[in-house]
Design a protein around this ligand. Structure first.
Ligand code: MN
Length: 225
């Protein structure tokens, strides 16, 4: 048993649907620019560039029902609704045709973004990887959902639909994301992957109530405080 010189931080964790148990979060990986209509709204081309990966810190996790503080150093705090994959089995250089064997479950989440400081050729760290930047709903095991290849993903703000699409429109499909990511990083149980946002991203302000949904998964509700 390791003894620590200060109290050890609590591990980040995501609730599991229908269970008192939690899924422990090791790392949070994200893919950018993964729906054509979103790439276009951001001013990019719809060419299939190599996948763009970045990370959030594991303690960026916020569970459903929470209020998240409007972050400092931004005047353009954006929502990005995304389908989230939880990895239950690790590996590196995972072949595409084996990639889905590594999926433990799914959730719907938000890649919250300081849009006004994203880009300009600079690293995305402070735009993407800040405190409370990953609200996520409860995970549902793949044994219950089956493998997800399509389905409606939606985000409302104060009851008004802001983002609505279908995950069948992903540019890089989930087996490709897992396979490519595992070439750069060895994956381990507890890793989380955000699969990219559809079009319709936009700003939120204090007091806004966000509800993210995906057919067959538990919803995510957060308020901006
Ligand atoms: Mn995103």
């Amino acid at each position: 048993m390791t003894e620590f010189v200060i109290p050890a931080p609590e591990p980040a964790a995501i609730p599991v649907k229908g269970s008192d148990k939690f899924f422990p979060v090791r790392r949070i990986y994200c893919i950018g620019r993964n729906y054509v209509a979103h790439v276009e709204e951001m001013g990019g081309s719809a060419d299939r560039d190599p996948p763009l990966f970045f990370q959030k810190p594991s303690d960026a996790v916020v569970t459903s029902g929470s209020t998240i503080p409007y972050p400092g150093v931004t005047k353009d705090f954006h929502h990005e609704v995304e389908l989230v994959i939880a990895i239950g089995k690790g590996g590196k250089n995972i072949p595409e045709d084996e990639a889905l064997d590594h999926v433990w479950g799914y959730a719907v989440g938000l890649d919250m973004t300081r849009r006004d400081i994203q880009g300009g050729g600079l690293p995305w760290e402070i735009a993407k990887s800040f405190d409370h930047s990953f609200p996520v709903g409860p995970l549902t095991p793949v044994t219950e959902t089956g493998l997800i290849e399509k389905g409606r993903i939606c985000l409302t703000v104060n009851g008004e639909t802001r983002q609505e699409s279908d995950v069948s429109l992903l540019i890089w499909k989930m087996p490709e994301i897992i396979s490519r990511l595992s070439e750069y990083f060895e994956l381990f149980p507890g890793d989380i992957i955000l699969t990219g946002t559809p079009h319709g991203v936009g700003p939120v302000v204090k007091g806004d109530k966000l509800v993210a949904t995906f057919d067959g998964l538990e919803p995510l509700e957060v308020t901006i405080g």
